[in-house]
Design a protein. Structure first.
Length: 220
């Protein structure tokens, strides 16, 4: 099979959301549901982030609540999990869809996300939870096997939680389609292999990519 030389998707700017209501509809339409990740995943409680949720990473490298930028029409995160059972611990994942006002603003978010891991390889996610040894890789179209999005990035590190023995896989993957960014993340646990978690992340991200492209592509 020949290697793609360009995206098969062509973005139609006229189909991009122009207001908050349209952006919210698109966000919820393309967001990965629990079963998108694979068998055994269920909704966490709460399942969806609040309307004004926007995390920021200051120089302290501790994530905190920020203000949604004026260039973001809508952003939503859906939280899913595989409950702990037997020798397997709780596996937590999240999917985020962010609709920007322009492609340039979406590109800027991608650049900022890539920079965060370089600036803060050790991050406090919340009280009692942290990521260590984080590194990030940018993958524009055609680089490192990225043939599905105009731009993508991935982050990998180790997840540590108070009261849980050992270090476990942590992953974040993000792609851009037109003015929309799509991200998936996972906090691993005992009994769940890196391959298993990575596969679930790929399933969720590719599903959101396909849905977003269907929403924004030029109609034939």
């Amino acid at each position: 099979m020949a290697t793609p030389t360009a995206l098969s998707f062509t973005f139609d700017p006229s189909r991009a959301p122009k207001n908050r209501a349209d952006a919210k509809r698109l966000s919820l339409a393309v967001l990965a549901e629990p079963d998108t990740w694979g068998p055994g995943f269920t909704e966490r409680n709460p399942y969806l982030s609040s309307e004004d949720y926007w995390p920021v990473l200051p120089t302290t490298c501790r994530w905190e609540a920020g203000t949604v930028p004026s260039t973001v029409l809508h952003s939503v995160t859906g939280y899913s999990q595989v409950p702990a059972k037997g020798t397997k611990g709780l596996l937590q994942v999240a999917a985020t869809v962010t609709v920007h006002t322009t492609v340039d603003e979406a590109d800027w978010e991608m650049a900022q996300t890539l920079e965060e891991a370089l600036r803060c390889p050790d991050q406090i996610l919340r009280a009692g939870e942290k990521v260590t040894g984080l590194f990030s890789i940018g993958n524009p179209f055609g680089v490192n096997g990225n043939f599905t999005a105009a731009d993508s990035l991935s982050e990998r590190g180790k997840y540590v939680k108070d009261g849980v023995k050992g270090e476990h896989f942590y992953g974040w993957s993000q792609s851009r389609v037109g003015p929309v960014t799509l991200a998936v993340s996972a906090k691993g646990s005992a009994g769940h292999t890196e391959d298993e978690v990575s596969t679930a992340m790929i399933r969720a991200l590719v599903t959101m990519l396909n849905r977003t492209q269907a929403e924004l592509e030029v109609k034939q």
